[in-house]
Write a protein that binds this ligand. Structure first.
Ligand SMILES: Cc1cc2nc3c(=O)[nH]c(=O)nc-3n(C[C@H](O)[C@H](O)[C@H](O)COP(=O)(O)OP(=O)(O)OC[C@H]3O[C@@H](n4cnc5c(N)ncnc54)[C@H](O)[C@@H]3O)c2cc1C
Length: 501
């Protein structure tokens, strides 16, 4: 690359997507400065330590690991020298409200368990896996890394969409194959990991089940923050620069609608040929760029009208007791499934019952807690801030309710041995991570907000502005945001090649 081709790139936000994009741009010989609002990198994949208990704040399930290998390979490095990824088994333990449970693991493990629930469903499970294999091949292997910039790119997929009945929900598809209501839950809850309601997320997202089936569930040894540290180290080794405590409040655009610079809330300004925003998409378009840049009459209306994902109520806790029989990842389901999801996604209320994802990293890495203790979090899907809930006044009562329920159902003695408790509410997602409506995963993964209909990786309104992360294609979740970094930077490389930038 000649000096003439070298661009000044500003990445706004140091989530996994922003970091991956920064690494790719820096590896390709550009000069990258990453500006992060918070005092640490990682975004949702943050970390904190309290009284010797170390908590990853967000993602814990990594799959498929080859995407991370590819990122390091792109930079000419071997990921094994930076972070160790270990396979977790069972993938999850599922606790149903009738007192039964299931270890969801490999195909063979699952067959044995499914038999116990409903003999007939063994065949249904096999057929379901056969049915989702081509959806995975199309949706993940092909479309996940394909840009959707024209309606035609989407229209071409209509026959496949009809063939795979993309208009059907994940739950609808699972129910077509399995009869037992617990197995229907077990095989349909996955869209919640990317902010979707299993009853409205397009059945294309059954591909998540197939990804886990084919590639397994992995954990970064020492915690997800070790992956963030590995990416940070790689970026700095490549010559990249990052600044914490640097909230961007404006992306300045020239008269010809081309990015010029970005400025921070404390009045620093950085020139830029290219800006890659890993900040919340709605906030990028509604707050960081001037409305006059919008080509279309509706301006930023698209972002106001979009359907946003649910939020999460996080309870991080340390226990002076060990639970050797517990799994690393568990889901504790409440008594209601569809009705609870209706409350969260449609009625936008916070009922008394809940389902929660229970994370116990000390089952794999005991050093994350003092000797003889366990580090845990309960990640509870709740309505986003459209619920109008005053979380500041509710958080104490709600977190106690969650801990008491876990004590009764799966962690006896928890409340009496509680050493540390911290919460992170939907209001914190809004104020601390700048997430519009406090949504945990930005836009919901429904058909009309996927592919072409999701905010594009290359801005249609501003030259030189690109998006990366959960709000753009292919969507939320660790694999998707890492893929979005690949896709977005490939677009940038093409634009440089064509002389557009
Ligand atoms: C509790 C939880 C558990 C999850 N578990 C899993 C899991 O197990 N597996 C999985 O695959 N996915 C999981 N996810 C989803 C996954 O974590 C996210 O989709 C993904 O990490 C989002 O990455 P991102 O690149 O979009 O950036 P984000 O993590 O959203 O980071 C964006 C960054 O931009 C910064 N920022 C925002 N505005 C500005 C600004 N104006 N100026 C400067 N900086 C700014 C923010 O501070 C933040 O650091 C989970 C999510 C949550 C919340």
């Amino acid at each position: 690359m000649s000096e003439h081709d070298e661009k000044q790139v500003i990445v706004i936000g140091g989530g996994l997507g922003g970091l991956a994009a920064a690494i790719r741009m820096q590896s390709a010989g550009h000069s990258v400065i990453l500006l992060e609002k918070r005092k640490q990198l990682g975004g949702r994949a943050g970390v904190f330590t309290e009284k010797g208990y170390t908590f990853d704040t967000g993602p814990t399930i990594i799959t498929p690991p080859f995407l991370i290998n590819e990122l390091f390979e792109f930079a000419g490095k071997d990921v094994a020298n930076y972070v160790e990824l270990v396979r977790v088994s069972p993938k999850y333990r599922l606790y149903f409200s009738d007192g039964t449970s299931m270890d969801y693991g490999s195909y063979n493990d699952n067959i044995g368990q499914i038999e116990k629930f409903n003999q007939e469903d063994v065949k249904g499970y096999e057929k379901f896996l056969k049915a989702i294999k081509p959806i995975y091949e199309l949706g993940f292997e092909k479309l996940g890394s394909m840009p959707f910039e024209t309606i035609w790119s989407m229209a071409k997929l209509a026959p496949a969409g009809i063939r795979y009945r993309a208009y059907r929900s994940v739950y609808g598809m699972v129910s077509a194959y399995l009869k037992d209501h617990r197995l229907r839950i077990a095989l349909s809850f996955n869209p919640l990991f990317i902010g979707g309601n299993p009853f409205t997320a397009t059945s294309i997202y059954t591909l998540i089940t197939y990804i886990e089936e084919k590639h397994g569930v992995w954990w970064a040894r020492g915690g997800t923050h070790k992956l963030v540290e590995a990416m940070e180290r790689l970026f700095v080794e490549l010559g990249g620069e990052y600044h914490l405590d640097s909230e961007v409040d404006q992306i300045a655009v020239s008269d010809s609608n081309r990015v010029k610079s970005v400025s921070t809330v404390d009045d620093r300004s950085y020139d830029a040929n290219i800006v890659i925003s890993n900040a919340d998409v709605a906030n990028t378009y509604m707050k960081l760029v001037d409305k006059k840049v919008f080509r279309k009459k509706n301006g930023d209306g698209l972002y106001r009208r979009a359907k946003y994902s649910m939020s999460l109520f996080m309870t991080y806790f340390g226990v002076e007791k060990q639970y050797p029989d517990m799994a690393h990842h568990s889901i504790v389901f409440g008594p209601r499934y569809k009705e609870l999801l209706d409350d969260i996604f449609k009625k936008k209320v916070v009922p008394d019952d809940f389902s929660t994802y229970l994370h116990i990293p000390t089952r794999t890495d005991p050093e994350l807690a003092p000797p003889g203790c366990e580090t845990m979090y309960a990640c509870t899907p709740v309505a986003n801030l459209d619920s109008g809930t005053d979380w500041e006044s509710k958080k104490e009562e709600f977190s106690n309710h969650i801990l008491n329920t876990l004590d009764k159902r799966v962690l006896p003695g928890l409340v009496d041995n509680l050493a540390v408790k911290k919460t992170f509410t939907p209001a914190d997602y809004e104020t601390k991570l700048n997430s519009y409506k406090g949504a945990g995963f930005q836009l919901q993964p429904i058909l009309m907000q996927s592919g072409f209909f999701r905010p594009h990786n290359r801005s249609q309104d501003v030259k030189g502005l690109y998006l990366v992360g959960a709000g753009t294609h292919p969507g939320a979740g660790v694999p998707s945001v890492i893929m979005s970094a690949d896709l977005t930077t490939q677009m940038i490389f093409d634009d440089i090649e064509k002389g557009v930038l």
